[in-house]
Design a protein around this ligand. Structure first.
Ligand code: AGP
Length: 607
């Protein structure tokens, strides 16, 4: 997620800007930039890559101005480059803006502004905001910002600086965090508390729809209509380390709880007029007609997401899909030709096995699509087509929000393909889209009560063996749940297709062995229930994951965790959440290093 800083006061702005951006590096980024009002000119410097590159450019050339803004960019629109780095400005360098989030209607706005003669130099959605401000400004900075806010759609935290108004920064917040820090004859702005915590613990946390007018000796707040808002000071008690995690104990827990926003940010660019769009693909019926085989190739959690993607594409598009581990794919002489579509899934976009599988697929003539979370990553650049999850940087080694955003993106991809191929009726597509839109709120609902899961983890967290069972999509989610538990709590967890137990593994199910049984798929419910009875008959302890309203399951299980009702294709996005939490709390119970588990790396860039 991008990092934002702003300063106005009696000292050199650049000192806070660089220090604040350094404190936000943990959020992940691919470029950085600053703009400082030096009176007769606005000093601007940007650099792709690490913050050190920017600092190197600024060496012996530090601006002296007392008001400035800075940014570390996590690319969403336009690959990492000096030009695409923030701050962005209007045609005449009168207004500067830094932004975190996604302006969903930026293409239309850019077209309109271009038609009015505005010249754009970057590929970003953010630059549109600076030109909008230029259009809206007629002497009143706040009024112009309010007018801009009324025209943009999407999620944003924005900080504006104006050459003609050197005594004020104006900030606006919608769906992305923004805080104002109160100093002595100076004030600070940041996208996250760690940037300002060493300067002040007196802060204002902006809420959605609020606009802050920040001067060096005052801060006022108004709503979008310009009406004043009274806000209370939030005194930060966290230490710096805790602040990086937003008050959560670990990045993994923070990222589990970020899933509603991550999934919402992934969905929103692709739904227009109640249908699914992928402007970056622009596929048509002829393109899909020529695809006679689809592979989904990935590693680890991404592979588990691929297994779910198979269900989506086969169910909605009626095309054959084979899912393969990237480390196996290229060594088995895969049957790939120009009529094959190979979809590679990778959070980091740098996994060596997956990149190698992608290159081999291209060598064999396949069409290639990358599903990745990192714009400009090696896999994103190598694939012919690329679509992005909008999870933001995932810091914890154990993947959580990347998985759920991969699922939702592949669901939308399948529905997009089905719309083109007309393998799904308009009414079914609309119904699925309505269900899709509810998922972020339903994930929030699933996260609202973690106590039962924390208790299970404390009770069963010391077992040496745990089994996960399920059928159909429940089996796919069981695999992901087992991996989560294994990789952060070091418990030997295995997932089995519930129907497969009797072919051997049932020999391991004895009294007291915990079995996590996923029973959310109505189409195979009775079969799953009979498998649950099999393990109960061996005195296993069974924790069920079921859809709300399934009152009968409790009769057969020791515990049941319910998730909200939705289409059974979408329920994996909800069923996985208790499994992520179970793994997290089990690891806490066992005193494991949750964010950095032994032997593992966040991105496996070796074969
Ligand atoms: C998942 O929790 C693990 N960290 C690991 O399996 C990971 O999913 C795998 O290494 C693939 O990484 P990628 O998505 O960045 O390619």
């Amino acid at each position: 997620m991008c990092g934002i800083v702003g300063y106005i006061g009696g000292k050199r702005a650049i000192d806070f800007l660089l220090d604040g951006l350094t404190k936000l590096e943990y959020r992940g980024y691919d470029s950085a930039g600053v703009a400082v009002n030096c009176g007769d000119n606005i000093f601007v410097e940007k650099a792709v890559g690490r913050l050190d590159s920017l600092k190197q450019k600024l060496k012996n050339n530090l601006p002296l101005g007392n008001i400035g803004i800075g940014h570390t960019r996590w690319a969403t629109h336009g690959r990492p480059s000096d030009t695409n780095a923030h701050p962005h400005s209007d045609c005449h360098g009168k207004f500067f803006v830094v932004h975190n989030g996604i302006i969903e209607n930026y293409l239309k706005l850019k077209q309109d502004l271009t038609a009015k003669g505005h010249k754009f130099i970057s590929d970003t959605d953010t630059e549109v905001v600076a030109h909008l401000l230029e259009e809206s400004y007629h002497g009143d900075f706040l009024l112009a910002v309010r007018d801009v806010i009324s025209k943009i759609e999407g999620s944003y935290s924005l900080v504006f600086m104006s050459k003609e108004n050197p005594d004020v920064l104006i900030c606006a917040k919608q769906d992305n965090p923004l805080v104002v820090g109160i100093g002595e004859n100076e004030n600070f702005v940041a996208s996250d508390i760690p940037a300002i915590i060493s300067y002040t613990r007196k802060t204002y946390i902006l809420n959605d729809g609020e606009i802050a007018i920040v001067q060096k000796d005052s801060v006022q707040f108004v709503n979008r209509q310009g009406l004043p808002i009274n806000k209370k000071i939030f005194n930060v008690t966290w230490n710096a380390a805790a602040a990086e995690k937003g008050g959560y104990e670990h990045f993994m827990l923070k990222e589990i709880h970020e899933q509603p926003k991550a999934v919402r940010n992934t969905i929103s660019p692709h739904i227009k007029n109640n249908s699914i769009h992928f402007d970056e693909l622009n596929w048509n019926a002829d393109f899909l007609k020529n695809i006679d085989k689809i592979y989904i190739v990935a590693c680890g959690t991404a592979y588990h997401a691929g297994l779910v993607g198979k269900f989506y594409i086969e169910k909605l598009v009626r095309k054959l899909v084979e899912v393969d581990l990237a480390s196996e794919f290229r060594y088995r002489a895969p049957i790939v030709d120009e009529n094959t579509l190979v979809i590679v899934v990778s959070q980091s976009g740098e996994t060596s096995d997956t990149l190698a599988a992608l290159k081999e697929s291209k060598r064999l003539g396949a069409k290639t699509l990358a599903v990745t979370n990192v714009v400009g990553s090696s896999i994103a650049r190598e694939a012919e087509f690329v679509i992005h999850t909008a999870a933001g940087p995932e810091i914890a080694v154990a993947s959580t929000k990347a998985y759920t955003t991969q699922l939702i993106l592949m669901f939308m991809l399948a529905l997009y393909m089905a719309q083109i191929s007309k393998t799904v009726s308009d009414s079914d597509a609309e119904r699925l889209i309505e269900q899709l839109k509810k998922i972020p709120a339903q994930i929030s609902e699933t996260l609202s009560d973690v106590e039962p899961i924390k208790t299970f983890a404390q009770i069963y967290g010391f077992n040496d063996d745990v089994f996960y069972i399920g059928r159909s999509l429940d089996y796919c989610v069981a695999l992901e749940g087992a991996l989560k538990l294994k990789e952060i709590s070091y418990i030997h967890a295995e997932a089995y297709a519930a129907g497969e137990l009797k072919h051997g593994t049932l020999a391991l199910i004895v009294e007291g062995v915990p079995v996590i049984a996923l029973a959310t798929q109505k189409s195979v419910y009775e079969k799953t229930l009979s498998n649950i009875k099999e393990v109960k008959a061996r005195d296993a302890i069974v924790i069920g994951i079921a859809a709300e309203g399934d009152t009968s399951l409790s009769n057969y299980l020791d515990h049941v965790i319910f998730v909200p009702e939705t289409d059974e294709l979408l329920i994996p996005l909800l069923a996985v959440v208790p499994l992520q939490l179970l793994a997290y709390y089990a690891a806490i119970t066992r005193g494991c290093d949750v964010d950095k588990p032994r032997n593992l790396a966040k991105s496996v860039t070796v074969e």
